[in-house]
Ligand binder design. Structure first.
Ligand SMILES: [Mg+2]
Length: 496
């Protein structure tokens, strides 16, 4: 390495770390598969969704819908939310599937209305009434859906009978833009405006190759798009004379994930790369260094004789990338969750406020507990002597009133902190992995299906391909070490 510097491996901060749900020894991996869109290639989400929104808008305008003057709002939707297409709502659920926040169209539902709507409803994946926003590509269509719900309620869309049909039409408008290829053409004409290039990713992949891992690109995008986007995203950063193709031992495009992982899709080799001419995969199966269209995960396993725990798949789609590869093949899984960087920055900026909020909440819990116990003492006393008959109970009642006003003063202090916490990262929805104090439904999915997760692929650079990533000791409610409440249940009556 004479004359060259070795890039420092010091992780620049928590937001660039790899987080571990299930212990994973990177050293024991033999192959690593990568998704492309929002995994190897990070897009400028606002720029992409803005254009995508405008295409949907154009299609709906052709249908005569009242979309003129509307604008894409990046604050309205975040990944991990769920559309309730039966009711025209957008909801955020906690890890149990209970709705914690809801909007009808673009308007927040008041708490009592939200409770009436959803007190008996659990958000479930199998229920077709719910559409999960699994990827950053769904933000524009969800935004348009919310805005069109407002218009439908206002009687401005005549030929639509309900929210479900409304959603289908908006979704179809986006599908048509994709099918016609117009959106992608525009992106390919000026990729620099849409790609958020990450120079560290190349060293991270080179390190993995140096450590004898086979690298495979497995994307649902087609060959023409993949080729041009990978050229734009990688080639300018690579040493002279090398291209993105040198980084990957195998390239699979139009993979049709998640069905790619169930092992039944046929595969074709791209024999003439410029023209994209195809020939069927022969009996010998896949070969290293080639490009294939379709095929399936079993073919990848057979090429090198690797399987299950020897392969890591890295993607950004919780269902198509991560859940499917884990459930069907027991591959190890990594989720790229770009929002993690913003979340960590927002939380670290909120540290002092969080400490104050935690301390106020502890005080509140203590006071509530004391209140409840005194109240019980009063009830017991009254049961023996009759209500208002025992003058000795009077001082307890005075104390109860005092605590009541202390609690109300505390709530006034807590309110602004709780509001600020609820607006971290996004003013309408807060943090994507949290629902109030609890984990969000998205966080539960990440926990269930992603062995590790990180904000971007280049975070591998700092752990090296040899890291033994250990999951942290998980906590249970009874592990609480800072219990400040009296556990004896005894109140010293002399102190009252
Ligand atoms: Mg993707």
């Amino acid at each position: 390495m004479a004359g060259k510097t070795i890039k420092s491996l010091t992780c620049p901060g928590r937001e660039r770390e790899i987080f571990c749900n299930r212990t994973l020894n990177l050293r024991s991996l033999r192959a690593i598969g990568y998704d492309m869109d929002y995994t190897l290639i990070q897009y400028n989400t606002d720029a992409w969704e803005q254009r995508s929104y405008e295409f949907i808008q154009g299609k709906l305008e052709d249908l005569g819908w009242p979309v003129q003057g509307l604008e894409y709002r990046s604050d309205l939707i975040v990944r991990g939310l769920v559309l309730d297409i039966e009711r025209g709502n957008i909801v955020k659920a906690n890890r149990f599937g209970y709705v914690m926040q809801a909007y009808h169209g673009t308007q927040r539902l008041k708490f009592d209305k939200q409770r009436r709507r959803y007190s008996r409803t659990v958000i479930e994946f199998r229920n077709p009434r719910f559409v999960f926003l699994n990827t950053l590509f769904s933000l524009s269509e969800a935004c348009m859906f919310a805005q069109m719900v407002d218009k439908l309620d206002a009687g401005e869309i005549k030929d639509i009978v309900g929210y479900e049909e409304l959603y289908r039409t908006v979704h179809q408008a986006l599908d048509e833009s994709h099918a016609e290829g117009v959106l992608k053409e525009e992106i390919l004409a000026e990729p620099e405006a849409f790609i958020d290039r990450d120079p560290d990713i190349i060293q991270a992949l080179l390190d993995q190759k140096q450590a004898d891992k086979k690298l495979v690109l497995i994307t649902n995008s087609d060959w023409t798009y993949t080729k041009r986007i990978m050229e734009a995203g990688f080639d300018p950063e690579l040493p002279e004379g090398t291209t993105w193709r040198d980084l990957f031992d195998l390239v699979i495009v139009s993979a049709r994930k998640p069905s790619f992982f169930d092992g039944s899709n046929a595969g074709f080799e791209v024999v003439e790369e410029e023209q994209g001419l195809l020939s069927p995969v022969g009996i010998q199966g896949l070969e290293e260094g080639r490009v294939y269209v379709g095929g399936n995960a079993r073919m990848v396993e057979e090429l090198w004789g690797f399987s299950g725990e020897q392969i890591l798949y890295v993607g950004d789609h919780i269902y198509a990338d991560v859940q499917a590869s884990k459930s069907l093949l027991r591959w190890r899984t990594a989720l790229v969750l770009r929002e993690r960087e913003g979340e960590i920055r927002a939380l670290s900026g909120f540290r002092a406020e969080q400490a104050e909020l935690t301390s106020l909440m502890l005080k509140k819990e203590e006071l509530e507990s004391t209140f409840d116990r005194i109240r019980m003492l009063v009830r017991r006393g009254e049961a023996v002597s009759g209500k208002g008959k025992d003058p000795k109970l009077e001082k307890f009642i005075v104390k109860l009133n005092r605590i009541r006003s202390e609690l109300s003063a505390l709530d006034k202090k807590i309110g602004p902190y709780a509001k600020a916490y609820g607006e971290l990262l996004n003013p309408n929805w807060g943090l994507v992995l949290r629902a109030g104090n609890d984990k969000s439904l998205l966080a539960r999915q990440v926990e269930n299906f992603a062995d590790i997760y990180m904000s971007r692929v280049s975070n591998f650079l700092y752990s090296t391909p040899y890291a033994y990533l250990r999951s942290k000791r998980s906590t249970l409610p009874h592990d609480r070490e800072d219990a400040s409440l009296s556990e004896t249940g005894v109140i010293d009556l002399d102190t009252l």
